[in-house]
Ligand binder design. Sequence first.
Ligand code: SAH
Ligand code: SF4
Ligand code: F3S
Length: 441
Amino acid sequence: MAGTKKLFIKTYGCQMNVYDSERMAEALGGSGYEEVTTPEEADMILLNTCHIREKAAEKVYSELGRFQGLKAEKPDLKIGVAGCVAQAEGQEIMRRQPIVDLVVGPQSYHRLPEMEAKAGHGEKVLDTEFPEEDKFEKLKARPKARRGPTAFLTVQEGCDKFCAFCVVPYTRGAEVSRPAARILGEAQDLVERGVREITLLGQNVNAYHGAGADGDWSLARLIRELAEIDGLERLRFTTSHPNDMADDLIEAHGTCAKLMPYLHLPVQSGSDRVLKAMNRKHTREDYFRLIERIRAARPDIHISGDFIVGFPGETDEDFEQTMDLVRRVEYGTAFSFKYSARPGTPAAEKGDKMVDPQVASARLTALQDLLNAQQRRLQDAMVGRELGVLFEKPGRRPGQMVGKSDYLHAVHVTAEGLAPGDLRRVKITASHPNSLTGELV
Ligand code: SAH
Ligand code: SF4
Ligand code: F3S
């Protein structure tokens, strides 16, 4: 019988985890689970976790601690840990928190139904292998239910870049691209279910080189083919590495109307010395030249980035180089983090001099102030302009709908007859701290 057992999934970390959580819910749907929104009503709780920074990983254990009471009340409740903490810490999780029944890594979650059956018999189960079989192929076809107008679609997984600070190559494994035909099929299926915007995902998405009908396809080729799907109106992709920004992908930003003018292109630092220590394999000049070429192809593009401050050995001068890079590039959005030493990564093992935490915090504040000011300036400049907006859901006010602009701003519009999935031209009338408001043209 379908839908007799209740599943609660909580997702941490990146968009790839959001996609994986959807796929896990679908896989467990085949075992009779339906998703619920509170842990109290669940027969199974799954935490899909992130290991990128220490704080992210520790959240899992505090969350598990909160479930101890629930488990005591409901001994049949199954508790699982999935994602990158599961991959990195494996058995250690069950040792630290005995209420956990099941641990499953990001490359083996297609085996969840069998694991759930075993857990149902009281077994403790762990699977953090990188199996040969393709998990996407083993997963049940997506159910055909209608869904919201935007979706994520993982096209590439893992990473071979080994930036010195980063756990991803260890938690997600080697870089793998999915075959193009499978991605086109999944996209078509999503569109039939009401999706109008797809964001292609990969830790290193622009390194995509999946098998196509006529040899390996680049990400640009995949985007061009996806753009042919009727009813699919918008395409985005994330996250990209500067060294994989191929000519055809830059060109696509100028020629493919469905590819949105927004590019997340993390640089991490503006100092060549730090970039080298981070093993980023590009210089600040390389990055400037790249941004210049991208803007030549698509002048209005919004550039987004990630930054790490306080990388071991970072001096005031290095940090000033980062501030200078930010001033020169002008970011539409950005994410910035204080360096967190991660077990097993080269930067953590080398034992270089850690930056004083107070100094790192002060740098982070200064960088965030600058980035926020840039973001606000670019957003304010939208007032008076007409933007495409894809509406996603009702807003808080009566008659209000919220959507995303081409540049990924949240846009609020109050108008009669607007529905999720509508793509309309909107004249922007005001800019607020994290959103725009406008009226239909
Ligand atoms: N694959 C992507 C992003 C991976 S993680 C890329 O290459 O850009 C997302 C962001 O987390 C990174 O861009 C980086 O800015 C940050 N990050 C990764 N490891 C970190 C660490 N050890 N400490 C602080 N921030 C980190
Ligand atoms: Fe991590 Fe670097 Fe790979 Fe991005 S490119 S996932 S930061 S190792
Ligand atoms: Fe976190 Fe894993 Fe994504 S470590 S950022 S959930 S790939």
